[in-house]
Structure formats: C-alpha cells, structure tokens
Design a protein around this ligand. Structure first.
Ligand code: TEU
Ligand code: CA
Length: 560
C-alpha cells in the first residue's frame, strides 16, 4: 500500500431510488441494494457512494432532507441501513454517504421553526432578507433550477434564499450554531462506522458579504458571489478540525465552477480540507451559450485541453476524481461515445480513459454494462425537477417548440441517468415487480446485468479487468500523466510514468480507422511493447512504431 485507500480503490455510485426495489412499490430501496452486494463484490469496487437515503419529501429525490438522522420511508429503516453497512464491510467494501448541507428541505424542523418568526432561535439557520422597496427579491440571482433564487414568505414578510428548488432553503453557514449542528450530525454517521462523505455543492456554502446582485438585469446567474466563496476554506478547515480529522475517512467535495488552482488548494493534504473534488469542466465541453440545454457537439481537442489542465494541475499537489457521468449527467456512452453501432467498443474505450488517468475513478450504476440515454415519448414520463422546470420555462413561458425542448431533454436530462438499473430481460428489467417510479429504458432486453455476466466479452468484464489491473499496477494510480501527439484529430494518447516504468494509452475517439505513429520523444521505445489491455480481440504485439486503430479502439502498452 502506497497511499490512502481512497487513492487505490474504485468508487461505485448507487442512486438508491433506481437501483433495486425489494418490496414491489416501484421504488428502489436499501434491502434491494443488500440483495446485490455480491454483484458489487464481483465487479471489484472498493467503495460505495450512496446518494441520499435520509428522510425527504423527494422534491429533488432525496437532495432535500427533512431529517438528517433518519432513513427515508420509501427506502426502509435504520436497521436496514445498518445491515447494508455491515454487508458492505464484511465484503471489504467501504461506504461513503452523501452530505447535503448547503441546504435542507423546507420540511426540516429547523426551517419549520425558522419561518415562524423573525426572533425564532432557528431564524438564522437560514438566509432571510426583506425584499427591495419595489416588491422585487433581495437580489437578482437565479436558481440552478430556473427562476428566482428567492421565495417570499408572507408570515414574516421576508424572502429566503434557495439556490436550488424553493423546497431547498439554503442553510446559513455564517451561523456557528448551524455549523455545530452539521458537525454533530456528521459525527452521528461517522460513529456508526461510515468511511466518509461525498459533499453536495459544498463550495456554495459561503456567500459573498451582502449578497450583491449580479449586474443590472432583473435576473442573472450569481455564481461569482456563491461559488468558492470567501469563507469556504475557513469552514472546510473547521469541519476537518472538528470532525473529519478524528476518523480514517475520505471526502470528495462536489464543486460546480471550481478550477484546478482552487482544487489544488482544497485537496492539498497540508491544508487539511478535502481529499478530492468533483469539477464540472469536462461536463461543460458540450454546453453552448447559456448553459447545458443549448448543447453543442463536444470536440476531442477540448477534452484533451480540460484533461491536461486537471492532470498537470493536480499532479503532486492534490488528487483528481475521475468521472464522465453520475445521477445528474446524461449517460457517458451516449454523450462521449457511440450508443448505436460501437456501443460496446466505445463504452470500453471511455472506461479505459477514466481508469488510466491519474486519480480515483468513479463508476455510476449501469455505466459498467453500457446503459444508454433514454427517449421518452413525452414530458409526462419525466420526473426530474430540473427537467420539468426547463420544459415549463422553455415551452410554456418561452414558446420554444416542443420538439426542440425534447431534443435538449434527450441530450441532457438528469433522468437519462435515473431510469432503473437493468438487471435482466424480465418485466421492468427485474428492477421491480410493481410499477417503476420512472420508466425502464426499452433497450433493457439487449442491455442488462444477466447478459453482461454471461458474456465474457461484455463491458462488465472489461471494467472488472481494469479494476483488477489497478490492484496489480501502482503505475495506474500514481504514474505521472503526459499527453503525446496532442494535435491528432482522432486519437487521444498519453503516457503514465512511475519510477522506471512507462505505459502508453492510445484511444481512437472516432468511428473511423486512425493511424498512430509513436512520437519522436518516445523513439527509444520503438523496439518493444507489452500489451496490457485492449478493447478489441486479436491485437498483435507488433513492435511499437505505427498502427491502424479500428473505430473506438483502445490499447494500453507497457513501453519496454
Ligand atoms: O448537484 C449540484 C449541481 O450543480 C447539479 O444540480 C448540476 O448543476 C445540474 O444538475 C446539472 O444538470 C447536486 C446534486 O448532485 C444534485 O442531484 C442536486 O439536485 C443538487 O446538488 C441540489 O442538492
Ligand atoms: Ca421499494
């Protein structure tokens, strides 16, 4: 063991509502997860990130918490949760929980108290402001989910801030009593034996002094005033000092808008803040003007540029988290690969990319069997508040043609990631014996776990092999990244160097053949090579000089 467990293990994210339903109510639950622990063991993952399972009215599917220390009714009981933790630990798999403390649900008792009166002891657990004289909100910020970030409450004639839905009021981190309450809650879960936290939009918790408007428009994006704010590091250091430093745990902070320079500070072990962050710069390479719904085709040059920034930017300073999808993003094989002709090859190529960069790879449930985006016929089949708000704002308020809105939803809706896990080809893909809370992707008969386990050439077995390689080769974890042939239009190639070992990763990100010649700076290696892994059969061990790579062909060689 060279480093920390969170550097050496692969993380698997479970979105419990869509993973496995055990009681036929059409909603995934904890006992459903318990029934699939041997599947996770078979895959070889070492850590599970469990999206929120706390009590919630599910306005944002659990990211709106009404009791941080009890289990959501639909998901089961605290005993079920204890059994899940035990089941994971006895299989040598760690569990990290989702910490959602930028905001709570408006149904949390803290908020129910806070809204009662201006002098209620819990008033300052949240961010309340009077409107401006002319009846408009305290400032012009819009929420991540559209519309104003302020909601008027007539009882006390003030507005409260909600960067997300109006049922997700922002917690006031300026208040030391609120911070203490959060630390006590974290300790409650750590004392139960969890192995760390994924921290939801943790870089939003410090807002700029005075909450200033962004420009003069009636509504505008105010990110500059709440992303990576003035007291963020103070709060992270305090949280580390008060709670995290007392346990052998991992932390990964979700940080929209974070840059490599800031991430290097937040993840520098000497700063005692976080271990890792999730950035969004790779997720932004196909966003047009005005954000994700105006999508454009992503360019390989941009993928290389962003990956260079983060690989070089954190090397030797912090630690990267590596992902291409999660419960908020479309499915990676549809977005960055090809979910038609070359689905298997491109899914394996993307997996090779993520697992051969420097950092910790995160697998989102279903990615390991190449699950794809979904195309429901109409908006009534969608569930995600962000998607529904977009449709209403764009079509009903903005007059956008339905087809155009649906095309944007097909490309970018978070529900692409939230259709039920496809276990087998029985009804509802074996996810539930009831009516699923959201439709199953109709392609489940071709794409499911049962087939994947049986097919030795499946995406699943390729992931399993990548994870095994990681356990055998420290270079995959610790090797320095260095891009080669950066100008190549189809191929993304880079080396990993560790002590006296050097690997080269060659990825044809196109659906056409591509030629690759080893660049000058590696000419000393032209004579030999040892194939480590590839996503096509019959790959010869020809000496390294030039190859033709087939569509979406991925190869990893040890250079000798
Ligand atoms: O996501 C924060 C976030 O930035 C996402 O909302 C993202 O910007 C957007 O979804 C892109 O489509 C976290 C959780 O992961 C997300 O599920 C929650 O909705 C959100 O915070 C509020 O808790
Ligand atoms: Ca259920």
């Amino acid at each position: 063991k060279m480093g920390a467990f969170w550097q050496e293990e692969v993380v698997y994210q479970i979105y419990p509502r869509s993973f496995m339903d055990s009681n036929g109510d059409g909603i995934g639950d904890l006992r459903g997860i318990i029934s699939k622990l041997d599947y996770l063991k078979e895959l070889g993952v070492g850590i599970v990130w469990l999206s929120p399972v706390y009590k919630s009215p599910n306005d944002d599917n659990g990211y709106d918490i009404s009791d941080y220390q009890d289990i959501m009714d639909e998901f089961g009981t605290m005993d079920d949760w204890e059994e899940l933790l035990h089941g994971l630990h006895e299989r040598g798999i760690r569990l990290i929980m989702d910490l959602v403390v930028n905001h709570s649900s408006d149904e949390h008792s803290w908020f129910q108290e806070s809204k009662k009166s201006k002098d209620n002891p819990y008033r300052d657990f949240y961010i309340w402001k009077p409107g401006k004289g002319d009846g408009s909100e305290p400032n012009n910020w819009v929420s991540f989910f559209g519309g104003s970030a302020w909601q008027y409450d007539e009882v006390t004639d003030e507005y409260y801030l909600h960067l997300f839905s109006k049922k997700q009021p922002d917690l006031n981190w300026e208040n030391p009593r609120l911070r203490r309450a959060v630390y006590d809650m974290m300790t409650f879960w750590l004392e139960k034996g969890i192995d760390g936290f994924r921290m939801d939009v943790i870089n939003c918790i410090s807002k700029a002094e005075g909450l200033p408007s962004a420009g003069d428009d009636k509504y505008a994006w105010g990110g500059e005033f709440f992303l990576c704010g003035p007291r963020l590091e103070q709060y992270l250091k305090e949280m580390n000092e008060e709670v995290l430093s007392k346990y052998d745990v991992m932390t990964v902070g979700e940080m929209p808008g974070v840059t490599p320079e800031l991430a290097a500070r937040y993840t520098d072990p000497a700063n005692k803040e976080l271990n890792m962050v999730f950035h969004f710069e790779t997720m932004d390479i196909d966003a047009g003007e005005g954000g994700k719904w105006n999508f454009t085709k992503w360019k390989l040059a941009d993928l290389k540029a962003v990956t260079n920034k983060w690989q070089y930017g954190l090397n030797g300073r912090g630690w990267n988290s590596l992902y291409l999808n999660n419960h908020d993003q479309p499915r990676m094989v549809s977005r960055f690969g090809d979910d038609t002709v070359y689905r298997k090859e491109s899914a394996k190529l993307l997996a090779t990319f993520l697992h051969t960069l420097q950092g910790t790879p995160y697998i989102f449930q279903g990615e390991e069997i190449g699950m794809t985006n979904v195309k429901f016929d109409n908006i009534d089949q969608y569930r995600d508040i962000e998607t529904l708000n977009f449709f209403k704002e764009a079509v009903h308020d903005g007059g956008m043609p339905v087809e155009q809105a649906m095309a944007a939803i097909y490309a970018k809706s978070r529900d692409n990631a939230r259709t039920p896990m496809q276990w087998n080809e029985s009804k509802h893909a074996g996810f539930t014996t009831g009516e699923p809370w959201i439709g199953v992707n109709p392609n489940f008969k071709e794409i499911n776990v049962e087939d994947a386990l049986r097919d030795k050439d499946s995406i699943f077995h390729y992931y399993k092999k990548l994870i095994q390689l990681r356990k055998q080769h420290p270079i995959m974890i610790y090797g320095d990244y260095d891009i080669v042939a950066e100008e190549h239009e189809q191929i993304y190639a880079y080396t990993r160097t560790w002590r006296n070992e050097k690997w080269i990763v060659i990825l044809n990100f196109s659906d056409r053949e591509a030629e690759f010649t080893l660049p000058e700076k590696l000419e000393e290696y032209r004579s030999g090579s040892q194939l480590i892994i590839s996503n096509y059969e019959n790959v010869t061990e020809r000496p390294i000089s030039e190859w033709n790579l087939r569509p979406y062909e991925a190869r990893v060689y040890r250079l000798v």
